[in-house]
Design a protein around this ligand. Structure first.
Ligand SMILES: O=c1[nH]cnc2c1ncn2[C@@H]1O[C@H](CO)[C@@H](O)[C@H]1O
Ligand SMILES: [Zn+2]
Length: 363
């Protein structure tokens, strides 16, 4: 790992970064949750004290299981049932990411979770897109730069994946760049949604799949070989197919070798994995090993509210735990940009004109 200079938290914040895995309903500002609850009449919050609520989310998400981690989303989704609320959350998301130095972000959410107040799926998508556009406008107005793309998720435990995939294709010229399935992994294998993935493929549309987070290799294998996922949401359990012997010799199983050989991007989310119990601590996170083995790794936030994290804090944790230097930060950033679901020429433009020039002075 490069040791020339140790990136400081402030420099990491200034560095151009690319985020592929961030949930819209997992990234609200605590103050916004409180204000929206008041405005929309949502009375289920555990507290209306902003600082205390922020701590409540991270504590509750620190649950050791994906299922109980996901329970915290009842409160964010609870306050996101109007067009105004959705647009506000989306606009603030873009502003917060830009303030953290993110230059390209794919933000995901499940439209079906925001229809309890009577909104149609179309209305939800339009409200969120309007919010993203507004956020980009505010960032540009203050001289910043960010581009966002949307991923629509279907929830694994519901049976609406095909319908959501159809929406992802219908809105692909309006800012939606791909599709995903999210929610509890155990008991809900990706092959339950084959029709949706086939629909995406025949329409030449992109998708990633949450796999290999709370469940192991079988889920990753299905996601890639049966469903055709282009990227893996988390995918961290791929280490179960990698044997490291006491003398340091590393042996890749067939699936791990396939993932590495095909350069399948792993959307790794270190803090989130610690909270759901997928790994014991950041220091024990397989990202160190996967980086050494040159898997196509990317670093992501997953849920900024539940983890109390940002892109720069995730990188700072990796600097501390694994000695990541600027070379590694740049590598993860370029990996992510290469793996994005926007057009090749636009990815290249960001790599050559925004990312590389900034890091060139540091690596
Ligand atoms: O790490 C995760 N694994 C699986 N599902 C997740 C994760 N984080 C969030 N969600 C789920 O995705 C929905 C849409 O954004 C959220 O409402 C949450 O239920
Ligand atoms: Zn996720």
């Amino acid at each position: 790992m490069s040791t020339r200079t140790v990136p400081s938290p402030e420099e990491l914040r200034a560095a151009p970064k690319v985020l592929l895995h961030d949930h819209l309903d997992g990234g609200l500002r605590p103050s916004t949750v409180v204000e929206l609850a008041e405005q929309t009449g949502y009375d289920g919050l555990p507290t209306t004290d902003v600082a205390e609520l922020g701590r409540w989310f991270t504590r509750a998400a620190d649950s050791g299981s994906l299922e109980s981690y996901l329970e915290t989303f009842a409160h964010t989704c609870g306050v996101m049932q109007t067009e105004e609320a959705l647009a506000r959350v989306a606009a603030e998301c873009v502003e917060d990411l830009a303030d953290d130095g993110v230059v390209y972000a794919e933000v995901r959410y499940a439209p079906e979770l925001f229809t309890e107040g009577g909104l149609s799926l179309d209305a939800v998508i339009k409200a969120v897109q309007a919010g993203f556009t507004e956020g980009e406008r505010r960032v540009a107005e203050r001289g910043g730069r960010i581009r966002t793309g949307t991923l629509l998720c279907a929830m694994r435990q519901h049976a609406r994946a095909l319908e959501i995939a159809e929406l992802a294709v219908r809105y692909r010229d309006a800012g939606v760049v791909g599709f995903d399935i999210a929610g509890p992994e155990a008991g809900f294998p990706p092959t339950r949604n084959l029709d949706a993935f086939e629909y995406m493929r025949v329409n030449n549309a992109h998708f990633t799949i949450h796999a290999g987070e709370a469940f192991g290799l079988a889920s990753i294998w299905e996601a890639i070989q049966h469903c055709g996922a282009e990227r893996l949401g988390h995918g961290v359990r791929i280490v179960d197919d990698i044997k490291t012997s006491a003398d340091g010799k590393v042996e890749l199983g067939r699936l791990a070798a396939y993932v590495r050989d095909r350069r399948i991007p792993l959307e790794l989310c270190p803090s989130s994995n610690v909270q759901t119990g997928a790994v014991g601590s950041i220091a024990e996170h397989p990202i160190g090993l996967l980086a050494r083995l040159r898997f196509r790794i990317t670093v992501n936030t997953d849920n900024r509210l539940m983890s109390g994290c940002s892109m720069s804090s995730e990188f700072a944790a990796l600097v501390d735990a694994f000695g990541f230097g600027w070379a590694e930060v740049q590598w993860c950033t370029i990996n992510a940009m290469k793996s994005a679901f926007i057009d090749f020429d636009q990815r290249l433009d960001l790599i050559n004109n925004v990312i590389k020039p900034w890091y060139a002075e540091r690596v």
